[in-house]
Design a protein around this ligand. Structure first.
Ligand code: AMP
Length: 397
């Protein structure tokens, strides 16, 4: 069921308590090195300000684990307040605590059209467990709750769950970022245009078992690549040389092969090297025929062709995880070919967060796909078909 968004509520004269993900990278001088997470949150913030509301922002930054802001400036959100002010041009106040006297006084004094950023929620012990006292203070600050922190949606920390739950009788909506992620990672997948093809790669099959299982239930084809393919190869009795493998997951790979049947496609060949360097000696071998002393670093040309053909005829594509060591050319070729086939297809294309998002950006193709998820763990869990408490509690349309 679609969730109400910030655009669906009357915010005029109201305080919107908004959970964002301002977990931005900072350099040693505490300068923000990439402000994408801030700029991406602006549409939801502006939507409330432009319609006569005021906005109280909550976020985490790193893991200060309940320490004091005075002891650890690298976890302070103060640089984010400064950047928000530069980007929004309206007054952006900063509270040096989250539920203390400064936050209480500044939230009470906040005027419509203004923004208040509270200090990192994770400086408070109550955030992790969602303590009732802690949640009650935050809940009292807002007339409306808005969740625009997709990267944290799979978590059940206080500002994600206990705070909105304590805002009994008040509207609870999502921001535009979360709306878009749910639309693609949940709704588009629930009613896909077919053929529906999933591509799953990356290092460890153990990280992606639940994703593969869920996708095998709902997709027409699941293409496997990356180092995890060698665990499948071993399960089929293949020789994998010194390739990365999870020996304790071989039985699991066997059961996925059995349950996947024709739906599950494994690499036909492998691009191998004799050392973990782009300049190593190289050879292409058939899957399951990797000689001793050699290591598979990418899918081979036959697999590229086979996978590209399947992808090009797809109407919905979901991709999570690279096909090889895409950071180390020439072993980026398989991942690049998959990205290019997705772009060439006439499909709704959804790129899961983490390394596949990094890869599509590296190839300059991010703006040619339908959706690149901003959440690593959250997008993976959504592809597993999991429901998030932080999303479920929001008002339905
Ligand atoms: P994951 O975090 O599980 O999505 O895995 C991504 C990482 O797996 C990337 O850093 C890739 O370089 C790495 N990777 C992919 N294929 C291979 C491979 N064949 N051998 C070693 N590492 C790989």
């Amino acid at each position: 069921m679609a969730k109400k968004t910030i655009a669906d509520v009357d915010v005029s004269g109201k305080a919107v308590l908004m959970r964002c993900d301002f977990n931005v990278p900072l350099d040693d001088g505490l300068q923000i090195t990439d402000d994408r997470r801030i700029t991406e949150a602006l549409p939801s913030i502006k939507s409330a300000l432009d319609r006569g509301g005021r906005v109280i922002l909550m976020s985490h930054l790193g893991r200060p684990e309940g320490k004091d802001p005075a002891d650890d400036a690298k976890y302070s959100l103060k640089p984010v307040a400064e950047r928000l002010h530069a980007l929004l041009g309206c007054p952006v106040h900063f509270a040096s605590d989250t539920v203390g006297d400064d936050a209480k006084a500044k939230s009470a004094a906040l005027k419509n059209g203004e923004v208040l950023l509270l200090e990192n929620v994770r400086f408070n012990k109550g955030e992790k467990k969602g303590d009732a006292d802690y949640a009650a203070v935050l809940a009292a600050m807002g007339d409306i709750y808005c969740n625009d922190a997709f990267g944290t949606c799979h978590r059940t920390e206080g500002s994600m769950v206990a705070v909105p739950n304590a805002m009994v009788g008040k509207p609870k909506v999502c921001g535009f970022l979360v709306e878009k992620e749910i639309q693609f990672l949940s709704e588009a997948i629930a009613e896909p245009k077919r053929p529906f093809v999933a591509i799953v790669g990356g290092k460890k099959v153990s990280d992606k078992i639940n994703v593969i299982q869920n996708l095998l239930n709902i997709c027409d084809k699941v293409l496997i690549g990356g180092a995890m393919a060698y665990t499948f190869s071993l399960a089929q009795g293949g020789a994998i040389g010194k390739s990365f493998v999870e020996v304790d997951k071989v039985d699991l790979a066997k059961s996925l092969i059995a349950s996947g049947g024709d739906k599950l496609l494994l690499p036909a060949d492998s691009h191998c090297g004799d050392d973990f360097k782009g300049s190593c000696n190289k050879q292409v071998v058939e899957a399951g025929q990797i000689p001793d002393g050699w290591e598979g670093f990418d899918i081979g040309p036959e697999t590229i062709k086979k996978y590209a053909d399947v992808i090009k005829s797809a109407k919905t594509v979901v991709w999570n995880g690279p096909m090889g060591v895409f950071e180390m050319p020439p072993f980026d070729a398989g991942t690049r070919a998959v990205a290019e086939a997705i772009v060439a297809s006439d499909s709704t294309s959804i790129i899961g967060g983490g390394d596949s998002a990094a890869a599509i950006q590296q190839f300059g193709l991010a703006d040619k796909v339908t959706h690149v998820s901003t959440g690593g763990g959250a997008s993976l869990e959504m592809l597993e078909g999991k429901k998030f408490a932080a999303v479920e509690l929001l008002d339905n349309k």
